[in-house]
Design a binder for this molecule. Structure first.
Ligand code: FAD
Length: 509
């Protein structure tokens, strides 16, 4: 074994930078120096507001107090995503967290349901999903992992939060735990002549910061991984042509919704995310099909409250860094790539990159095999998420605008084509190994939601007594409805858990 890493420098203090700081400090304790440099002049993207359930594990791992976290970031709970207009103008479906049936994994439920459904039995698919039923009622709760309490064992939740406040909160936590924060703009990345490893970064005031390991969290610019090491970028625009967003917060009106809404528009889609103190909105679009002014107008015409700021334009290229970890630089967050925010996976990929970095934590020899394994695993995970997001566009029956006609006609990755065909043929769903984030329940929700109907089913599940199975399904659906009815309303739940602070000065600062 080589010499241990003694110092880590994180460059960038957005969500990615402070998540990395918190996790690395938690894992390495006092044995490794963890420093973070960021520039207040550059600022952060700060629009990531929707997350997926594993964020709970991350917050627990870095030992955040959940109620404090919720107050500080003015968070709400999220049970899934409501998709409006993705199949046709009036179509709608829900992508719930958790799963269908007694869960927490899908098991054979969908085969049995499809068989019954063909015979007009089994009810609606979503009668069997506790997250959908709770979301429709505006009610929330926390998962009970005891299988005897099904369907509460499938009541997975994530958060909506103000990403700017999350970064600020993590900064305070990290500084309290011994992470040193430095203010300054990196103007030069210095590399060893012998092997190109990064030896230090020079700041605008002339200071040079050295470290054994560098974490590039500089956002889209990828100052170290791309600017210095030229890792290269794999552009996925031909599959995911969204390249811009216009984001604006508006005043909150009405009850706090425990789900994200993604509404299809002429050249993309619009998000709506209810936080405690405001509602976040954004139009994600493709600049080939709409101008920035048109996007801005569409966004402003579709808010449910007064806009609280000028719409903010953002630009991006969907894709990923060809190498996430190169020599002694690991990129996390937007510096490692970006899949548009439709399924709220960006902050999740920061988390996943951090977990994998901890698993593959190097010594100062930086074994190439270890680095390659990290890159392979994260790359596979990102590709599978990419496929899942593409599915939403590809499997549309909309043909009302050039954008949607393009989406329906575009070629898709072979890996996705294979999945769609397996499902269309006989309802087959599968997960590709432990590194795949989206569950079979997620694939089921979106395939069915986007109108993909299996031609036939697995014959094994057609052998039993249909009436008996249908009675079991009905009883389960009744239990789901009863349990959803018994959950508290969203705001009442947050209040009862000391999570409610829409006007707190800490969060407003
Ligand atoms: P940034 O926030 O850009 O931070 C970069 C940091 O690097 C800053 O601190 C900056 O000061 C620093 N920096 C840059 N250059 C220098 C320099 N030269 N010297 C010193 N410091 C420097 N994710 C989700 O999970 N859910 C969502 O709903 C979601 N919605 C999104 C919507 C849009 C339109 C976009 C564009 C992104 C969205 N994301 C979402 C992604 C999410 O915002 C990011 O993944 C997350 O905020 C991490 O960003 P980051 O920390 O990598 O980069």
């Amino acid at each position: 074994m080589g010499e241990p890493i003694q110092s880590i420098l994180i460059v960038g203090g957005g969500t990615a930078g402070w998540m990395a700081a918190a996790a690395l400090k938690r894992a390495a304790g006092p044995h490794v120096q963890v420093r973070l440099v960021e520039s207040d002049d550059i600022g952060i993207v700060g629009v990531g507001e929707a997350t997926v359930p594993p964020i709970r594990d991350f917050n627990a791992m870095i030992e955040l107090d959940e109620a404090e976290f919720m107050r500080e970031t003015r968070a709400s709970l999220k049970l899934g995503i409501q998709f409006n207009g993705w199949g046709g103008a009036d179509s709608a479906y829900f992508h719930p967290f958790g799963t269908f049936g007694a869960g927490p994994t899908l098991g054979d439920f969908h085969h049995i349901w499809f068989n019954l459904h063909r015979q007009g039995l089994g009810g609606d698919l979503h009668d069997h999903a506790i997250c959908t039923q709770a979301a429709r009622r505006g009610r929330v709760g926390l998962r009970d992992s005891d299988p005897r309490r099904a369907p509460l064992n499938s009541l997975f939740t994530a958060y909506h939060f103000d990403a700017g406040l999350y970064a600020r909160y993590l900064r305070r936590v990290c500084e309290g735990r011994g992470v040193e924060r430095l203010e300054g703009q990196v103007v030069e990345v210095q590399q060893r002549a012998s092997d190109g490893f990064v030896s230090g970064v020079r700041l605008d005031d002339g200071r040079v910061l050295e470290a054994d390991l560098f974490i590039d969290c500089t956002g889209f610019r990828g100052l170290l991984i791309e600017g210095a090491l030229k890792a290269g970028y794999e552009d996925w625009s031909h599959w995911l042509p969204m390249n811009r967003a216009m984001a604006v917060p508006c005043a909150r009106t009405g009850p706090l919704t425990p789900y994200t809404t993604a509404t299809a528009r002429a050249a993309g889609w619009q998000w709506r995310i209810g936080l405690q103190h405001r509602t976040g909105n954004g139009y994600v679009y493709c600049s080939d099909h709409i101008t920035d002014d048109e996007a801005r107008e569409t966004l402003l015409a579709n808010l449910d409250g007064e806009p609280l700021a000028e719409p903010r334009p953002l630009r991006f290229v969907t894709g990923r860094r060809k190498t996430y970890w190169d020599r002694n630089v690991v990129s996390l967050g937007l510096s490692s790539g970006f899949i548009e925010p439709l399924e709220s996976t960006s902050i999740h990929l920061v988390q996943s990159g951090i977990y994998k970095l901890l698993q593959h934590f190097p010594d100062r020899d930086f074994s190439p095999a270890n680095t390659a394994a990290y890159n392979r695993r994260l790359g596979r995970e990102v590709e599978l998420i990419r496929d899942f997001v593409i599915l939403h566009y590809h499997a549309t029956t909309r043909d009302d605008t050039p954008f949607w006609r393009r989406a329906a006609a575009m070629a898709i990755p072979d890996s996705l084509a294979e999945r769609v065909e397996a499902f269309r043929d006989r309802g087959l769903l599968f997960q590709v190994g432990a590194d795949e984030y989206f569950s079979m329940g997620s694939w089921l929700a979106v395939m069915v939601g986007q109108g993909i109907v299996p031609r036939s089913g697995n014959p094994l599940y057609g052998l039993g007594d249909a009436a008996r199975s249908a009675a079991g399904m009905t009883a389960f659906a009744q239990r789901v409805a009863q349990m959803a009815d018994a959950l508290p309303e969203h705001e009442a739940f947050l209040r009862s858990r000391n999570m409610w602070a829409p006007d707190s000065t800490a969060a407003a600062a």
